[in-house]
Design a protein around this ligand. Structure first.
Ligand code: NAD
Length: 416
């Protein structure tokens, strides 16, 4: 049992702290009031620092507001994240710690940041960079069932890393790989993992675009074949075309990586291509909705505004990106989402037959979490959908033979 401190008890920090609290004594501090049954929330950062031998930093590394990917951003000037909050916490640790501490930074940073921005802020403490591969809505499950733990130290050989691995082995439910290296290697594994997902989603959605334009082609037939090509093409995850990559991390990571490509003058910018493709794919989907709306004299409703089901966060949402292009084409667009933290243009019910984009699909999003049963993940309408509406299903899972609605499988252009 260790004494662990968490500075930053937000979306990632609180859940992570509570997972550690199942086996350790965990203290926490946040500038906003937070409460937990298992984490002892301290009144000051000084108390949290001095009660803990291991201090995990989970504060935000924000991007500028318009850089989250929920509206077009590929045209904006590339920019790094803002590291001021992390720096101020490191300075506080340096100032208040009365003994040598193990500092573990889990916030997301671009490769090269820890050495350039943080190393000189700590006099005697060990700094470890340990980002998580975790998604909102499944933070606790992802944390104890990761496919790998990423741990970086200054020279890649710090003996404290083994101590940290022992702490993780105590709480893991699976038997993950531990990928250890230098700070830069750990920073790169994390952020390029995210980019790889964005690229994968970009490729399957590109195939969806071609399916819609060429005809006689169901995108799932193609992507299922590629997903099962496990000799060369890896796992089937993120191999279903549908809505684009979204959320608080992936779009903004790629946007910030454009800055890295420019800053290190690598001569090309793949991230811009990935983000530009994501925006064109959203526009293609929007054009399809607009066409349906104009042909049938209907307005457009997007079923799901948050970036995925069962969470409230609209940051980096692909629904709002699609909605942006629908609106730009002059068609009224509304959102249905009982949880959305941004209720702009949200409605509670639909009065007239509409073109409804089924953006949320719980099985696609959460099907990999083994503790969910199929019935847990069954799809629900957030409200009654008026008969004769046109439902555009970008995941192609809804029954096409509904007598109440016309269901269109976006991405399947085979003739009926
Ligand atoms: N949320 C995720 O799923 C996720 C996954 C992987 C990585 N990350 C990364 O983790 C970091 C944190 O993300 P988040 O989603 O938890 O952000 P968040 O904004 O929800 O949480 C950050 C918390 O830090 C607190 N804070 C700010 N300044 C502080 C200070 N000086 N002292 C103490 N607390 C302070 C804030 O009040 C907030 O509660 C980011 O770098 C993010 O990119 C997040």
């Amino acid at each position: 049992m260790k004494n662990i401190g968490f500075v930053g008890l937000g979306k990632l920090g609180m859940d992570a702290a509570e997972v550690f609290a199942t086996k350790n004594k965990v203290y926490g501090y946040d500038i906003y009031p937070r409460a937990s049954d298992t984490v002892k929330v301290c009144d000051s950062v000084e108390e949290c620092i001095n009660k803990s031998d291991w201090i995990f930093i989970a504060v935000e590394t924000p991007h500028s507001k318009e850089y989250d990917g929920s509206v077009p951003s590929a045209h904006l000037q590339p920019k790094d994240f803002n590291y001021e909050v992390v720096k101020s916490v490191l300075k506080e640790i340096n100032q208040y710690a009365t003994a040598d501490k193990n500092i573990v930074l889990i916030s997301t940073v671009l490769p090269g940041t820890t050495r350039r921005e943080f190393d000189n802020l700590l006099d005697k403490h060990t700094l470890i960079y340990n980002p998580y591969l975790i998604a909102m809505g499944t933070v606790k499950w992802d944390m104890v069932n990761p496919e790998m733990l990423i741990i970086g130290s200054k020279d890649g050989n710090d003996s404290r890393v083994n101590e940290l691995i022992n702490m993780y082995q105590d709480i893991m439910e699976n038997n993950p790989r531990y990928e250890c290296g230098t700070w830069e290697e750990a920073e790169a594994i994390k952020i390029f993992y995210n980019t790889y997902i964005s690229a994968k989603v970009g490729i399957v959605n590109m195939i969806q675009d071609f399916a819609m334009k060429i005809g006689n082609m169901n995108v799932d037939v193609v992507t299922d074949a590629l997903a099962n090509a496990t000799i060369r093409l890896q796992s089937p995850k993120y191999m279903t075309a549908g809505m684009g990559d979204a959320g608080a991390c992936h779009p903004r990571d790629n946007i910030a990586l454009r800055w890295l490509a420019e800053n290190y003058d690598v001569g090309y910018d793949m991230f811009s291509t990935i983000m530009g493709a994501r925006e064109s794919q959203a526009k293609n989907m929007a054009d399809f909705l607009v066409y349906q709306a104009q042909e049938n004299n209907m307005s457009v409703v997007i079923h799901g505004k948050a970036y995925k089901p069962d969470i409230e966060y609209c940051i980096g949402s692909y629904s709002t990106l699609v909605g942006h292009y629908v609106k730009e084409a002059g068609i009224d667009v509304k959102y249905l989402d009982p949880l959305a933290d941004d209720t702009t243009d949200c409605i509670g019910s639909i009065d007239e037959p509409s073109v409804v984009l089924m953006a949320h699909n719980r099985k696609i999003t959460y099907g990999y979490v083994t503790e969910h049963s199929d019935s847990d993940l069954s799809d629900i309408f957030y409200t009654d959908i008026p008969h004769n509406s046109i439902i555009v299903d970008p995941w192609r899972k809804m029954d096409k033979h509904s007598k109440d609605y016309k269901v269109i499988h976006y991405g399947n252009s085979r003739p009926e």
